[in-house]
Design a protein around this ligand. Structure first.
Ligand code: HEM
Length: 479
């Protein structure tokens, strides 16, 4: 039987006075993991009674995360009355993400995601994971990617055809529009009206904006408010739209060579087809996992290129040489090597999955820290990717650091690792590379000054908004 985490048994740091609780740093003996050296357990300073570090996590989450490695490799923080442990060392992350028997996908985030979007591959606990991964794996087979890449190229063209020189667009919205269109059109290739695709996208947007707040402050749902109504309405509408699409597929009964057709034909370990409910869950979670991650990577690319003209020049030269003004296709990918390095580097500085959470399903010791049953563990690629000891001059945007491989590959975790490692890694990388090369080939994108272009971490790390002035450019024709 699967043991569920029991949050009541989590140790709470006693709130002794109105003042922040001071830091504690404890050096411990070397962990058993190779190469880790002496891992340190510590505690983040500044926890307030009752709310703990919630104000930091809500108001300045990245600055707060940036401050944690100074306090240890595993750092205890308080979220309300609960303890959570942020892992700042790749060896600890490896131990957690490769041991789902002890560190499972349980806890408040997954409860919220499952309650909202269901029990799909990106949200299910260990007990359901193997069977679900087996069902979905063929949809991500390399030979299918070529077909998905055709959709990507068409959607990049459709998106940018709407732009006019001199127009200001929000790059965050536009990239999200692109990647949801790609996700929706690769899941369901059958033609449904553009307004339906737009509505799916809007529902997802409301959900993604709402879920981070709900994880940190579950009480927001206890009070009736326009935000709560909007959030619930979006979820109901999303499910209704997806159910409608599934019903149409069943009625048509033809293999449309897309992800939904594959799921309709799939059988679970006992030979049973997936129910409508299970199909709905898978579809929702695939769009959720695939769309905003890739769109936020692309939005960060646009933002960073705005302040790194040397990198932009090299990107444009590569795009001109390889594409000569055309939209990039699958066949161009092997030649877009610098573009690929830019994407890799952006995923290092701004990993969309900035905090991957697990919950202990039995008490365990980690680097000298005793974790009670039900403790939340946060693996943060964001924190690890910015450590100077793994990535020299870590704050610098330097795509060339990837030119000859990287000495600390194990510290680069934008796609996670272990059994839950991203199933869509090749999909996301192909999409980001094709889109970026096509965009810089045909357009100058100039970010405009704004106060909200700084990171606004939701469940995914994305810029808040990013207004850019778009101007058509004349690429050098392909030689
Ligand atoms: C740049 C783009 C992407 C990034 C940075 C990213 C990142 C991640 C990470 C870190 C995980 C591991 C989460 C965990 O351990 O709990 C993950 C899992 C997952 N991703 Fe992605 N992802 C990206 C694109 C995609 C795309 C395009 C799809 C689908 C079309 C996708 C589908 C999934 C699914 C289904 C899982 C769950 C896998 C499992 O538990 O077996 N991702 N992703």
């Amino acid at each position: 039987m699967r043991i569920r985490g029991n949050p009541d048994r989590v140790r709470a740091v006693p709130a002794t006075s109105g003042a922040p609780i001071p830091a504690r740093d404890t050096a411990v003996a070397p962990d058993t993991l190779p190469g880790a050296g002496a891992l340190r357990a510590g505690q983040a300073p500044g926890a307030w009674p009752v709310v703990g570090h919630l104000p930091d996590l809500l108001r300045r989450p990245l600055a707060f995360m940036d401050s944690l490695p100074a306090h240890g490799d595993i750092v205890r923080v308080r979220i309300g009355l609960r303890d959570a442990y942020v892992l700042c060392h790749p060896e600890l992350v490896r131990r957690v993400l490769t041991d789902s028997r002890v560190f499972d996908r349980e806890g408040p985030l997954y409860e919220k995601v499952r309650a909202a979007l269901g029990n799909g591959l990106a949200s299910c606990p260990r007990a359901d994971h193997r069977g679900q991964r087996r069902v979905l794996q063929p949809a991500f087979h390399h030979k299918r990617l070529e077909r998905y890449a055709q959709v990507m190229s068409v959607e990049v063209e459709t998106l940018t055809d709407r732009w006019r020189s001199g127009q200001v667009v929000d790059a965050v919205d536009e990239m999200f529009r692109l990647t949801t269109a790609v996700a929706v059109r690769t899941l369901f290739s059958s033609d449904f009206p553009a307004p339906v695709a737009e509505e799916l996208r809007d529902c997802l947007d409301v959900f993604l904006r709402g879920v981070y707040t709900r994880v940190l402050m579950p009480a927001v749902d206890a009070v009736p408010s326009p935000g709560r109504r909007r959030y619930r309405r979006a979820l109901v509408r999303w499910r209704a739209l997806v159910s409608g699409i599934i019903a149409e597929y069943r009625a048509a009964g033809v293999d449309q060579d897309d992800v939904l057709s594959l799921l309709l034909a799939a059988r679970d370990d006992s030979g049973r087809p997936l129910s409508d409910h299970e199909l709905c869950d898978q579809v929702a979670l695939l769009v959720l996992a695939g769309a905003e991650t890739t769109s936020s990577a692309l939005a960060w690319c646009v933002q960073l290129l705005g302040s790194h003209s040397d990198v932009l020049d090299r990107l444009q030269t590569e795009a001109d040489t390889v594409l000569g003004g055309s939209i990039a296709t699958w066949d161009d990918l092997p030649d877009l090597t610098f573009t690929h390095r830019v994407v890799q580097e952006v995923l290092r500085l701004y990993p969309p999955a900035w905090a991957i959470t697990r919950t202990t399903v039995e008490p365990v010791e980690l680097a000298g820290e005793q974790l009670a049953l039900g403790s939340m563990v946060i693996c943060s690629p964001y924190v690890i990717h910015r450590r100077d000891d793994f990535f020299p001059d870590a704050a610098a945007f330097d795509p060339d650091r990837w030119q000859n491989g990287h000495p600390h590959r194990e510290a680069y975790l934008p796609f996670g690792l272990g059994a839950n490692k991203c199933i869509g890694e090749a999909f996301g990388l192909a999409e980001a590379t094709l889109a970026l090369a096509s965009l810089v080939s045909r357009w100058h994108l100039r970010p405009l000054p704004t106060r909200s272009s700084k990171a606004a971490p939701r469940s995914v790390l994305a810029p808040g908004s990013l207004p850019v002035l778009v101007d058509a450019r004349l690429p050098t024709p392909r030689p």
